[in-house]
Design a protein around this ligand. Structure first.
Ligand code: ME8
Length: 572
Protein backbone atom coordinates (compact mmCIF):
# COMPACT_ATOMS: atom_id res chain seq x y z
CA UNK A 1 0.00 0.00 0.00
CA UNK A 2 1.42 3.36 -0.99
CA UNK A 3 1.64 5.73 1.94
CA UNK A 4 0.82 9.34 1.07
CA UNK A 5 3.82 11.57 0.42
CA UNK A 6 5.03 13.31 3.56
CA UNK A 7 4.71 16.86 2.32
CA UNK A 8 1.86 16.79 -0.12
CA UNK A 9 0.55 20.34 0.20
CA UNK A 10 3.74 21.97 -1.09
CA UNK A 11 3.58 20.71 -4.66
CA UNK A 12 0.21 22.38 -5.02
CA UNK A 13 1.47 25.80 -4.20
CA UNK A 14 1.09 28.23 -7.03
CA UNK A 15 4.40 28.55 -8.78
CA UNK A 16 5.91 31.78 -7.56
CA UNK A 17 7.24 34.32 -9.99
CA UNK A 18 10.97 34.53 -10.56
CA UNK A 19 10.82 38.15 -9.56
CA UNK A 20 11.38 39.38 -6.04
CA UNK A 21 14.64 40.34 -4.43
CA UNK A 22 16.70 37.73 -2.69
CA UNK A 23 14.77 34.78 -4.03
CA UNK A 24 16.95 31.79 -4.90
CA UNK A 25 16.49 29.84 -8.09
CA UNK A 26 18.00 26.80 -9.74
CA UNK A 27 17.91 26.85 -13.52
CA UNK A 28 18.83 23.61 -15.24
CA UNK A 29 19.48 22.14 -18.65
CA UNK A 30 18.97 18.43 -19.29
CA UNK A 31 22.06 16.36 -18.64
CA UNK A 32 23.20 15.02 -21.98
CA UNK A 33 24.03 11.44 -22.91
CA UNK A 34 27.77 10.91 -23.01
CA UNK A 35 27.53 8.63 -26.05
CA UNK A 36 28.45 11.20 -28.68
CA UNK A 37 29.81 14.74 -28.98
CA UNK A 38 27.61 17.80 -28.43
CA UNK A 39 25.66 19.25 -31.34
CA UNK A 40 23.83 22.53 -31.82
CA UNK A 41 20.61 21.17 -30.27
CA UNK A 42 22.40 20.56 -26.97
CA UNK A 43 23.99 24.00 -27.11
CA UNK A 44 20.60 25.57 -27.85
CA UNK A 45 19.12 24.09 -24.64
CA UNK A 46 22.09 25.39 -22.69
CA UNK A 47 21.85 28.85 -24.29
CA UNK A 48 18.17 29.19 -23.43
CA UNK A 49 18.94 28.39 -19.80
CA UNK A 50 21.98 30.65 -19.90
CA UNK A 51 20.02 33.62 -21.26
CA UNK A 52 17.40 33.16 -18.50
CA UNK A 53 20.18 32.90 -15.93
CA UNK A 54 22.00 36.01 -17.15
CA UNK A 55 18.79 38.01 -17.49
CA UNK A 56 17.80 37.13 -13.97
CA UNK A 57 21.24 38.13 -12.67
CA UNK A 58 21.00 41.51 -14.42
CA UNK A 59 17.57 42.08 -12.91
CA UNK A 60 19.06 41.53 -9.47
CA UNK A 61 16.36 38.94 -8.87
CA UNK A 62 18.33 37.02 -6.24
CA UNK A 63 20.99 34.33 -6.26
CA UNK A 64 20.65 31.74 -8.97
CA UNK A 65 22.49 28.68 -10.17
CA UNK A 66 22.62 27.12 -13.58
CA UNK A 67 23.25 23.40 -13.68
CA UNK A 68 24.16 21.20 -16.61
CA UNK A 69 26.16 18.03 -17.09
CA UNK A 70 26.29 14.57 -18.59
CA UNK A 71 24.10 11.49 -18.24
CA UNK A 72 26.56 8.64 -18.19
CA UNK A 73 24.84 5.40 -17.22
CA UNK A 74 22.62 2.98 -19.11
CA UNK A 75 22.55 0.51 -21.94
CA UNK A 76 23.00 3.18 -24.56
CA UNK A 77 26.37 4.25 -23.14
CA UNK A 78 27.39 0.65 -22.42
CA UNK A 79 26.73 -0.24 -26.08
CA UNK A 80 28.36 2.93 -27.45
CA UNK A 81 31.53 2.21 -25.47
CA UNK A 82 31.60 -1.39 -26.72
CA UNK A 83 31.11 -0.20 -30.32
CA UNK A 84 33.95 2.31 -29.91
CA UNK A 85 36.21 -0.40 -28.50
CA UNK A 86 36.57 1.39 -25.18
CA UNK A 87 35.21 1.22 -21.65
CA UNK A 88 32.20 3.22 -20.45
CA UNK A 89 34.26 5.31 -17.98
CA UNK A 90 36.78 6.22 -20.67
CA UNK A 91 34.07 7.13 -23.20
CA UNK A 92 32.17 9.18 -20.61
CA UNK A 93 35.25 11.09 -19.46
CA UNK A 94 36.08 12.02 -23.06
CA UNK A 95 32.54 13.02 -24.11
CA UNK A 96 31.76 14.79 -20.85
CA UNK A 97 34.87 16.93 -21.33
CA UNK A 98 33.61 17.86 -24.81
CA UNK A 99 30.26 19.04 -23.42
CA UNK A 100 32.07 21.02 -20.74
CA UNK A 101 34.26 22.60 -23.39
CA UNK A 102 31.37 23.32 -25.78
CA UNK A 103 29.35 25.10 -23.08
CA UNK A 104 32.38 27.02 -21.84
CA UNK A 105 33.21 28.11 -25.36
CA UNK A 106 29.60 29.17 -25.98
CA UNK A 107 29.83 31.35 -22.83
CA UNK A 108 27.17 29.37 -20.98
CA UNK A 109 27.29 30.72 -17.43
CA UNK A 110 26.83 27.36 -15.71
CA UNK A 111 27.65 27.20 -12.02
CA UNK A 112 27.36 23.42 -11.67
CA UNK A 113 28.41 20.66 -14.03
CA UNK A 114 27.33 17.25 -12.84
CA UNK A 115 28.38 13.85 -14.11
CA UNK A 116 26.12 11.01 -13.06
CA UNK A 117 29.18 8.80 -12.52
CA UNK A 118 30.32 11.05 -9.66
CA UNK A 119 30.09 9.59 -6.13
CA UNK A 120 28.04 12.61 -4.86
CA UNK A 121 25.40 11.82 -7.46
CA UNK A 122 25.41 8.06 -6.87
CA UNK A 123 24.88 8.67 -3.13
CA UNK A 124 21.98 11.00 -3.86
CA UNK A 125 20.35 8.45 -6.19
CA UNK A 126 20.64 5.69 -3.58
CA UNK A 127 19.11 7.95 -0.96
CA UNK A 128 16.26 8.85 -3.32
CA UNK A 129 15.67 5.18 -4.11
CA UNK A 130 15.50 4.33 -0.42
CA UNK A 131 12.99 7.12 0.12
CA UNK A 132 10.78 5.63 -2.62
CA UNK A 133 11.11 2.19 -1.13
CA UNK A 134 10.46 3.27 2.47
CA UNK A 135 7.37 5.18 1.45
CA UNK A 136 5.94 2.14 -0.31
CA UNK A 137 6.16 3.46 -3.88
CA UNK A 138 7.96 0.39 -5.27
CA UNK A 139 7.09 -3.27 -5.77
CA UNK A 140 8.82 -6.10 -7.57
CA UNK A 141 7.15 -7.55 -10.62
CA UNK A 142 7.79 -9.17 -13.93
CA UNK A 143 7.87 -6.65 -16.72
CA UNK A 144 7.45 -7.45 -20.38
CA UNK A 145 7.56 -4.94 -23.17
CA UNK A 146 9.31 -3.38 -26.13
CA UNK A 147 12.45 -1.57 -25.01
CA UNK A 148 14.09 1.14 -27.10
CA UNK A 149 17.75 1.48 -26.11
CA UNK A 150 18.21 4.76 -27.99
CA UNK A 151 15.36 6.32 -26.00
CA UNK A 152 16.13 4.28 -22.85
CA UNK A 153 12.49 3.45 -22.31
CA UNK A 154 9.71 0.88 -22.77
CA UNK A 155 7.27 1.88 -25.50
CA UNK A 156 3.57 0.98 -25.82
CA UNK A 157 2.28 -0.57 -29.10
CA UNK A 158 0.75 2.80 -30.03
CA UNK A 159 4.26 4.27 -30.31
CA UNK A 160 5.62 1.49 -32.54
CA UNK A 161 5.67 0.88 -36.26
CA UNK A 162 7.38 -1.58 -38.62
CA UNK A 163 10.30 -1.03 -40.95
CA UNK A 164 11.63 -3.37 -43.63
CA UNK A 165 15.42 -3.37 -44.03
CA UNK A 166 17.52 -3.86 -47.19
CA UNK A 167 17.48 -7.64 -46.66
CA UNK A 168 13.66 -7.66 -46.54
CA UNK A 169 13.51 -8.34 -42.77
CA UNK A 170 10.82 -6.57 -40.76
CA UNK A 171 11.82 -4.71 -37.58
CA UNK A 172 9.71 -3.04 -34.93
CA UNK A 173 10.81 0.56 -34.47
CA UNK A 174 9.82 3.60 -32.41
CA UNK A 175 7.54 6.01 -34.30
CA UNK A 176 9.21 8.97 -32.58
CA UNK A 177 12.89 8.19 -33.12
CA UNK A 178 12.85 5.43 -35.77
CA UNK A 179 15.14 3.31 -33.59
CA UNK A 180 14.64 -0.44 -33.25
CA UNK A 181 12.95 -1.87 -30.16
CA UNK A 182 13.56 -5.27 -28.55
CA UNK A 183 11.16 -7.47 -26.61
CA UNK A 184 12.33 -7.56 -23.02
CA UNK A 185 10.99 -9.68 -20.20
CA UNK A 186 12.55 -9.51 -16.79
CA UNK A 187 12.08 -9.10 -13.06
CA UNK A 188 12.10 -5.41 -12.27
CA UNK A 189 11.23 -2.99 -9.55
CA UNK A 190 8.07 -1.18 -10.52
CA UNK A 191 7.13 2.34 -9.51
CA UNK A 192 3.44 2.93 -8.68
CA UNK A 193 3.07 5.70 -11.21
CA UNK A 194 -0.64 4.98 -11.70
CA UNK A 195 -1.28 6.04 -8.10
CA UNK A 196 -0.23 9.60 -8.95
CA UNK A 197 -2.48 10.29 -11.91
CA UNK A 198 -5.03 12.38 -9.99
CA UNK A 199 -2.37 14.24 -8.02
CA UNK A 200 -0.50 15.11 -11.20
CA UNK A 201 -3.67 16.40 -12.82
CA UNK A 202 -4.41 18.51 -9.79
CA UNK A 203 -0.87 19.89 -9.75
CA UNK A 204 -1.23 21.03 -13.34
CA UNK A 205 -4.70 22.44 -12.96
CA UNK A 206 -3.52 24.44 -9.93
CA UNK A 207 -0.35 25.61 -11.69
CA UNK A 208 -1.25 26.56 -15.26
CA UNK A 209 2.18 28.12 -15.77
CA UNK A 210 4.10 25.07 -14.55
CA UNK A 211 4.71 23.87 -18.11
CA UNK A 212 5.44 26.51 -20.68
CA UNK A 213 4.71 27.24 -23.55
CA UNK A 214 1.02 26.43 -23.36
CA UNK A 215 0.80 23.73 -26.11
CA UNK A 216 3.17 21.53 -24.07
CA UNK A 217 1.05 22.08 -20.95
CA UNK A 218 -1.97 20.87 -22.93
CA UNK A 219 -0.02 17.90 -24.24
CA UNK A 220 0.83 16.78 -20.71
CA UNK A 221 -2.76 17.23 -19.55
CA UNK A 222 -3.77 15.01 -22.46
CA UNK A 223 -1.28 12.29 -21.43
CA UNK A 224 -2.60 12.45 -17.90
CA UNK A 225 -6.11 11.87 -19.21
CA UNK A 226 -5.00 8.55 -20.69
CA UNK A 227 -4.01 5.30 -19.04
CA UNK A 228 -0.92 5.80 -16.86
CA UNK A 229 0.64 2.38 -16.24
CA UNK A 230 3.20 1.71 -13.51
CA UNK A 231 6.80 2.21 -14.56
CA UNK A 232 9.62 -0.31 -14.55
CA UNK A 233 12.50 1.45 -12.78
CA UNK A 234 15.26 -1.12 -12.66
CA UNK A 235 16.97 -3.55 -15.04
CA UNK A 236 18.56 -6.93 -14.38
CA UNK A 237 22.21 -6.38 -13.58
CA UNK A 238 23.16 -9.29 -15.86
CA UNK A 239 21.88 -7.18 -18.81
CA UNK A 240 22.99 -3.78 -17.58
CA UNK A 241 26.14 -3.44 -15.51
CA UNK A 242 26.88 0.20 -16.29
CA UNK A 243 24.64 1.89 -13.77
CA UNK A 244 23.96 2.33 -10.07
CA UNK A 245 22.98 -0.93 -8.31
CA UNK A 246 19.68 -0.97 -6.41
CA UNK A 247 20.82 -0.34 -2.80
CA UNK A 248 19.24 -3.42 -1.26
CA UNK A 249 19.40 -5.71 -4.30
CA UNK A 250 22.66 -6.00 -6.20
CA UNK A 251 21.03 -8.14 -8.91
CA UNK A 252 19.28 -5.00 -10.21
CA UNK A 253 20.51 -1.72 -11.72
CA UNK A 254 18.56 1.53 -11.23
CA UNK A 255 16.78 2.67 -14.41
CA UNK A 256 18.88 5.34 -16.09
CA UNK A 257 16.03 7.89 -16.16
CA UNK A 258 15.51 7.74 -12.40
CA UNK A 259 19.28 8.05 -12.02
CA UNK A 260 19.40 11.03 -14.43
CA UNK A 261 16.45 12.99 -13.05
CA UNK A 262 17.90 12.96 -9.56
CA UNK A 263 20.75 15.12 -10.89
CA UNK A 264 18.57 18.17 -10.23
CA UNK A 265 18.72 17.30 -6.55
CA UNK A 266 22.28 16.04 -6.35
CA UNK A 267 23.66 19.37 -7.67
CA UNK A 268 21.96 20.96 -4.67
CA UNK A 269 23.60 18.59 -2.21
CA UNK A 270 20.63 16.24 -1.70
CA UNK A 271 19.88 14.82 0.83
CA UNK A 272 21.61 17.38 3.10
CA UNK A 273 21.49 20.89 1.68
CA UNK A 274 18.99 20.77 -1.21
CA UNK A 275 16.32 22.45 0.93
CA UNK A 276 18.15 25.77 0.65
CA UNK A 277 17.16 25.82 -3.04
CA UNK A 278 14.62 23.13 -3.85
CA UNK A 279 11.81 23.44 -5.07
CA UNK A 280 12.71 26.83 -6.55
CA UNK A 281 13.75 25.16 -9.79
CA UNK A 282 13.11 25.86 -13.46
CA UNK A 283 13.99 23.04 -15.84
CA UNK A 284 14.73 23.76 -19.51
CA UNK A 285 14.10 20.61 -21.56
CA UNK A 286 13.57 19.51 -25.16
CA UNK A 287 10.13 18.29 -26.20
CA UNK A 288 11.51 14.75 -26.59
CA UNK A 289 11.94 14.39 -22.84
CA UNK A 290 8.78 16.17 -21.74
CA UNK A 291 7.05 13.07 -20.39
CA UNK A 292 10.06 12.22 -18.22
CA UNK A 293 10.09 15.72 -16.72
CA UNK A 294 6.40 16.53 -16.56
CA UNK A 295 4.97 13.14 -15.59
CA UNK A 296 7.60 10.74 -14.20
CA UNK A 297 9.74 13.32 -12.36
CA UNK A 298 6.88 15.03 -10.48
CA UNK A 299 5.41 11.64 -9.59
CA UNK A 300 8.76 10.37 -8.32
CA UNK A 301 9.23 13.54 -6.28
CA UNK A 302 5.79 13.25 -4.70
CA UNK A 303 6.47 9.60 -3.94
CA UNK A 304 9.76 10.52 -2.27
CA UNK A 305 8.02 13.21 -0.21
CA UNK A 306 9.55 16.16 -2.04
CA UNK A 307 7.99 19.26 -3.57
CA UNK A 308 7.68 19.73 -7.31
CA UNK A 309 9.78 22.08 -9.43
CA UNK A 310 8.14 25.40 -10.17
CA UNK A 311 8.39 25.48 -13.91
CA UNK A 312 9.31 23.34 -16.87
CA UNK A 313 10.31 25.27 -19.99
CA UNK A 314 10.02 23.19 -23.12
CA UNK A 315 11.55 23.81 -26.53
CA UNK A 316 11.30 22.13 -29.91
CA UNK A 317 14.07 20.85 -32.15
CA UNK A 318 16.49 22.19 -34.71
CA UNK A 319 16.43 20.57 -38.11
CA UNK A 320 19.08 21.06 -40.82
CA UNK A 321 17.77 22.09 -44.22
CA UNK A 322 14.44 20.63 -43.25
CA UNK A 323 15.83 17.27 -42.10
CA UNK A 324 16.15 15.81 -38.65
CA UNK A 325 19.78 15.88 -37.46
CA UNK A 326 21.12 12.34 -37.42
CA UNK A 327 24.42 10.54 -37.51
CA UNK A 328 23.22 8.31 -40.36
CA UNK A 329 22.37 11.33 -42.54
CA UNK A 330 25.72 12.89 -41.64
CA UNK A 331 24.10 16.27 -41.02
CA UNK A 332 24.85 16.71 -37.33
CA UNK A 333 26.10 20.25 -36.80
CA UNK A 334 29.22 20.78 -34.72
CA UNK A 335 28.91 23.75 -32.33
CA UNK A 336 32.68 24.32 -32.22
CA UNK A 337 32.73 24.85 -35.99
CA UNK A 338 29.73 27.19 -35.73
CA UNK A 339 31.47 29.38 -33.16
CA UNK A 340 34.47 29.60 -35.43
CA UNK A 341 32.43 30.47 -38.51
CA UNK A 342 29.86 32.84 -36.97
CA UNK A 343 31.68 33.89 -33.74
CA UNK A 344 30.30 32.90 -30.35
CA UNK A 345 27.96 35.88 -30.13
CA UNK A 346 26.86 35.57 -33.76
CA UNK A 347 25.81 31.96 -33.26
CA UNK A 348 24.22 32.62 -29.87
CA UNK A 349 22.22 35.43 -31.44
CA UNK A 350 21.06 33.27 -34.34
CA UNK A 351 19.93 30.35 -32.17
CA UNK A 352 18.10 32.51 -29.64
CA UNK A 353 16.63 34.89 -32.23
CA UNK A 354 15.40 32.15 -34.57
CA UNK A 355 14.57 29.40 -32.08
CA UNK A 356 10.83 29.30 -31.41
CA UNK A 357 10.06 26.94 -28.49
CA UNK A 358 6.65 25.92 -29.85
CA UNK A 359 7.88 24.63 -33.19
CA UNK A 360 10.87 23.02 -34.86
CA UNK A 361 13.24 25.50 -36.46
CA UNK A 362 15.52 25.06 -39.39
CA UNK A 363 19.24 25.76 -39.45
CA UNK A 364 21.21 26.46 -42.62
CA UNK A 365 24.29 28.52 -43.23
CA UNK A 366 22.74 31.23 -45.44
CA UNK A 367 20.09 31.91 -42.83
CA UNK A 368 22.64 32.49 -40.06
CA UNK A 369 24.65 34.82 -42.31
CA UNK A 370 21.56 36.79 -43.26
CA UNK A 371 20.20 37.24 -39.72
CA UNK A 372 23.53 38.04 -38.12
CA UNK A 373 24.68 40.42 -40.87
CA UNK A 374 21.47 42.37 -41.08
CA UNK A 375 20.70 42.65 -37.37
CA UNK A 376 24.07 42.64 -35.61
CA UNK A 377 26.56 43.92 -38.16
CA UNK A 378 24.43 46.35 -40.19
CA UNK A 379 21.63 47.53 -37.92
CA UNK A 380 23.24 47.52 -34.46
CA UNK A 381 26.89 47.94 -35.45
CA UNK A 382 25.98 50.47 -38.12
CA UNK A 383 24.01 52.56 -35.66
CA UNK A 384 26.91 52.72 -33.22
CA UNK A 385 29.28 53.54 -36.01
CA UNK A 386 27.12 56.34 -37.40
CA UNK A 387 26.40 57.97 -34.06
CA UNK A 388 30.00 57.92 -32.88
CA UNK A 389 31.74 58.76 -36.17
CA UNK A 390 34.21 61.66 -35.71
CA UNK A 391 32.44 63.67 -38.43
CA UNK A 392 29.17 63.58 -36.50
CA UNK A 393 30.47 63.52 -32.96
CA UNK A 394 33.94 65.17 -33.07
CA UNK A 395 34.16 65.68 -29.30
CA UNK A 396 33.66 61.90 -28.76
CA UNK A 397 31.23 62.55 -25.93
CA UNK A 398 27.70 61.67 -24.88
CA UNK A 399 26.23 65.03 -25.95
CA UNK A 400 23.48 67.03 -24.26
CA UNK A 401 19.76 66.63 -24.76
CA UNK A 402 17.77 69.78 -25.49
CA UNK A 403 14.22 70.04 -24.13
CA UNK A 404 13.61 72.85 -26.59
CA UNK A 405 14.29 70.57 -29.54
CA UNK A 406 12.52 67.56 -28.04
CA UNK A 407 9.94 68.94 -25.60
CA UNK A 408 7.93 66.62 -23.39
CA UNK A 409 4.34 66.30 -24.63
CA UNK A 410 1.36 64.62 -23.04
CA UNK A 411 -0.05 63.21 -26.24
CA UNK A 412 2.11 63.50 -29.33
CA UNK A 413 -0.87 62.68 -31.60
CA UNK A 414 -2.70 65.80 -30.53
CA UNK A 415 0.18 68.20 -30.32
CA UNK A 416 1.53 70.39 -33.03
CA UNK A 417 5.28 69.91 -33.16
CA UNK A 418 6.77 72.48 -30.82
CA UNK A 419 10.39 71.60 -31.13
CA UNK A 420 12.12 69.74 -33.93
CA UNK A 421 10.98 66.25 -33.08
CA UNK A 422 8.19 64.79 -35.21
CA UNK A 423 5.24 62.58 -34.21
CA UNK A 424 7.07 59.42 -35.30
CA UNK A 425 10.00 60.38 -33.03
CA UNK A 426 7.65 60.45 -30.04
CA UNK A 427 6.18 57.14 -31.08
CA UNK A 428 9.60 55.54 -31.28
CA UNK A 429 10.72 56.96 -27.92
CA UNK A 430 7.61 55.46 -26.31
CA UNK A 431 8.42 52.13 -27.87
CA UNK A 432 12.04 52.11 -26.60
CA UNK A 433 10.93 53.27 -23.13
CA UNK A 434 8.64 50.25 -22.81
CA UNK A 435 11.27 47.82 -24.13
CA UNK A 436 12.86 46.68 -20.81
CA UNK A 437 9.47 45.63 -19.41
CA UNK A 438 8.41 43.92 -22.62
CA UNK A 439 11.71 42.05 -22.75
CA UNK A 440 11.42 40.97 -19.09
CA UNK A 441 7.92 39.68 -19.67
CA UNK A 442 9.02 37.65 -22.72
CA UNK A 443 11.90 36.16 -20.76
CA UNK A 444 9.49 35.26 -17.97
CA UNK A 445 7.30 33.42 -20.50
CA UNK A 446 10.23 31.64 -22.18
CA UNK A 447 9.74 33.62 -25.39
CA UNK A 448 13.28 34.88 -25.73
CA UNK A 449 12.99 35.08 -29.53
CA UNK A 450 10.13 37.56 -29.12
CA UNK A 451 12.24 39.71 -26.83
CA UNK A 452 14.92 39.77 -29.51
CA UNK A 453 12.36 40.54 -32.19
CA UNK A 454 11.24 43.61 -30.22
CA UNK A 455 14.82 44.77 -29.72
CA UNK A 456 15.59 44.30 -33.43
CA UNK A 457 12.51 46.36 -34.32
CA UNK A 458 13.58 49.18 -32.00
CA UNK A 459 17.08 49.14 -33.50
CA UNK A 460 15.50 49.54 -36.94
CA UNK A 461 13.35 52.41 -35.66
CA UNK A 462 16.41 54.12 -34.23
CA UNK A 463 18.20 53.85 -37.54
CA UNK A 464 15.06 55.35 -39.09
CA UNK A 465 15.13 58.23 -36.60
CA UNK A 466 18.77 58.94 -37.32
CA UNK A 467 18.30 58.71 -41.07
CA UNK A 468 15.16 60.86 -41.03
CA UNK A 469 16.91 63.83 -39.42
CA UNK A 470 20.11 63.64 -41.47
CA UNK A 471 22.38 64.91 -38.68
CA UNK A 472 25.31 65.00 -41.10
CA UNK A 473 23.55 67.87 -42.88
CA UNK A 474 23.29 69.99 -39.71
CA UNK A 475 25.77 72.81 -39.20
CA UNK A 476 27.53 72.40 -35.86
CA UNK A 477 28.62 76.06 -35.96
CA UNK A 478 25.02 77.29 -35.86
CA UNK A 479 23.98 77.18 -32.15
CA UNK A 480 20.39 76.11 -32.77
CA UNK A 481 21.44 73.44 -35.29
CA UNK A 482 24.04 72.21 -32.80
CA UNK A 483 21.39 71.77 -30.08
CA UNK A 484 19.33 69.59 -32.39
CA UNK A 485 22.35 67.66 -33.67
CA UNK A 486 23.44 66.90 -30.09
CA UNK A 487 19.90 65.87 -29.20
CA UNK A 488 19.72 63.43 -32.10
CA UNK A 489 23.01 61.87 -31.02
CA UNK A 490 21.98 61.85 -27.36
CA UNK A 491 18.73 60.01 -28.13
CA UNK A 492 20.56 57.55 -30.38
CA UNK A 493 23.20 56.78 -27.75
CA UNK A 494 20.50 56.38 -25.13
CA UNK A 495 18.80 53.83 -27.37
CA UNK A 496 22.09 52.00 -27.93
CA UNK A 497 22.68 51.93 -24.17
CA UNK A 498 19.27 50.29 -23.67
CA UNK A 499 19.92 47.74 -26.44
CA UNK A 500 23.41 46.96 -25.14
CA UNK A 501 22.07 46.43 -21.63
CA UNK A 502 19.17 44.24 -22.74
CA UNK A 503 21.31 42.20 -25.13
CA UNK A 504 23.86 41.20 -22.48
CA UNK A 505 22.13 37.86 -21.75
CA UNK A 506 22.24 36.94 -25.44
CA UNK A 507 25.45 38.43 -26.91
CA UNK A 508 27.57 39.09 -23.81
CA UNK A 509 30.82 39.94 -25.60
CA UNK A 510 29.31 42.30 -28.15
CA UNK A 511 27.13 43.96 -25.53
CA UNK A 512 30.21 44.50 -23.38
CA UNK A 513 32.04 46.18 -26.27
CA UNK A 514 29.03 48.33 -27.06
CA UNK A 515 28.55 49.44 -23.46
CA UNK A 516 32.26 50.08 -23.02
CA UNK A 517 32.27 52.28 -26.11
CA UNK A 518 29.40 54.24 -24.56
CA UNK A 519 31.42 54.51 -21.32
CA UNK A 520 28.74 52.68 -19.33
CA UNK A 521 30.39 51.47 -16.14
CA UNK A 522 29.89 47.86 -14.99
CA UNK A 523 27.61 48.95 -12.12
CA UNK A 524 25.47 50.89 -14.61
CA UNK A 525 24.70 47.81 -16.69
CA UNK A 526 21.99 46.25 -14.57
CA UNK A 527 18.60 45.80 -16.18
CA UNK A 528 16.99 46.58 -12.84
CA UNK A 529 18.41 50.14 -12.91
CA UNK A 530 17.82 50.72 -16.59
CA UNK A 531 16.33 54.12 -17.31
CA UNK A 532 15.88 55.49 -20.79
CA UNK A 533 16.20 59.13 -21.78
CA UNK A 534 15.77 60.58 -18.27
CA UNK A 535 16.28 64.09 -19.63
CA UNK A 536 13.07 63.81 -21.63
CA UNK A 537 11.31 63.36 -18.28
CA UNK A 538 13.16 66.29 -16.76
CA UNK A 539 15.53 64.12 -14.72
CA UNK A 540 19.33 64.34 -14.79
CA UNK A 541 21.20 62.00 -17.11
CA UNK A 542 24.48 60.75 -15.62
CA UNK A 543 25.88 60.11 -19.09
CA UNK A 544 25.39 63.60 -20.48
CA UNK A 545 28.73 65.22 -21.22
CA UNK A 546 30.66 62.06 -20.46
CA UNK A 547 33.67 61.19 -22.60
CA UNK A 548 32.95 58.07 -24.67
CA UNK A 549 35.06 54.95 -24.24
CA UNK A 550 37.86 54.08 -26.66
CA UNK A 551 36.96 53.21 -30.22
CA UNK A 552 37.89 49.55 -30.58
CA UNK A 553 36.75 49.29 -34.18
CA UNK A 554 33.77 47.71 -35.86
CA UNK A 555 31.27 46.32 -33.35
CA UNK A 556 30.40 43.22 -35.34
CA UNK A 557 32.15 42.19 -38.55
CA UNK A 558 29.92 41.06 -41.40
CA UNK A 559 30.10 37.33 -42.04
CA UNK A 560 31.32 36.21 -45.44
CA UNK A 561 28.88 34.28 -47.58
CA UNK A 562 30.18 30.82 -48.21
CA UNK A 563 29.76 29.04 -51.51
CA UNK A 564 30.05 25.61 -49.92
CA UNK A 565 28.24 24.68 -46.77
CA UNK A 566 31.46 24.34 -44.83
CA UNK A 567 29.88 23.52 -41.52
CA UNK A 568 27.20 21.22 -42.76
CA UNK A 569 29.86 19.16 -44.52
CA UNK A 570 31.97 18.89 -41.42
CA UNK A 571 30.65 15.67 -39.97
CA UNK A 572 30.59 14.85 -36.31
O1 ME8 B 1 17.64 12.81 -23.37
N1 ME8 B 1 17.23 20.49 -31.25
O2 ME8 B 1 19.88 13.31 -23.32
P1 ME8 B 1 20.20 13.69 -24.84
C1 ME8 B 1 17.16 21.07 -30.04
N2 ME8 B 1 20.16 12.24 -21.01
N3 ME8 B 1 17.53 20.46 -28.91
C2 ME8 B 1 17.97 19.21 -29.00
C3 ME8 B 1 18.06 18.52 -30.23
C4 ME8 B 1 17.68 19.24 -31.40
N4 ME8 B 1 17.73 18.71 -32.62
N5 ME8 B 1 18.55 17.30 -29.99
C5 ME8 B 1 18.75 17.22 -28.64
C6 ME8 B 1 18.73 12.87 -22.81
N6 ME8 B 1 18.41 18.37 -28.05
C7 ME8 B 1 18.82 12.55 -21.34
C8 ME8 B 1 18.30 13.71 -20.56
S1 ME8 B 1 17.79 14.92 -18.22
C9 ME8 B 1 17.54 14.41 -16.67
C10 ME8 B 1 18.29 13.49 -19.07
C11 ME8 B 1 18.51 18.71 -26.63
O3 ME8 B 1 21.68 13.73 -24.96
C12 ME8 B 1 17.14 18.82 -25.99
O4 ME8 B 1 17.24 19.57 -24.82
O5 ME8 B 1 19.46 12.81 -25.77
C13 ME8 B 1 16.83 17.40 -25.64
O6 ME8 B 1 15.82 17.29 -24.67
C14 ME8 B 1 18.18 16.97 -25.11
O7 ME8 B 1 19.13 17.63 -25.96
C15 ME8 B 1 18.36 15.47 -25.18
O8 ME8 B 1 19.69 15.18 -24.96
Amino acid sequence: MLRPPLRLPQPFRRAASTAGPGRRLLLSTPIFYANGPPHIGHVYSALLADALHRHRGLRGAGPSRLSTGTDEHGLKIQQAAAAAGTSPPELCARISALFHQAFTQAAVSFTDFIRTSEPRHCQAVCHFWNALQERGALYKGTYEGWYCTAEEGFLPESQLTERVDAQGCTHKVSVESGHEVHWTKEENYMFKLSAFQDLLQKWLRDNPRAICPEPFYQRVLCWLGEDLPDLSISRERSRLQWGIPVPSDSTQTIYVWVDALVNYLSVLGYPETHGEWWPAAHHVVGKDILKFHAVYWPALLMAAGLSLPERIFVHSHWTVRGQKMSKSLGNVIDPFACNERYTVDGFRYFLLRQGVPERDCDYYDEKVVKVVNSELADALGGLLNRSTAPGINPSNTYPCFSETCFPKVVDYRETEALGRAAAEDYEFVVSVASLPLRVASYFEDFQIYKALECIALCVRQTNGFFQRHRPWKLDRKDPSEKLWLDTIIHVTLECLRVYGTLLQPVIPHTADRLLSRLAVEPEERLISNLTFLPRYNGKPCPFEGRQLGPDTGILFHRLEKSSQHQIENKRL
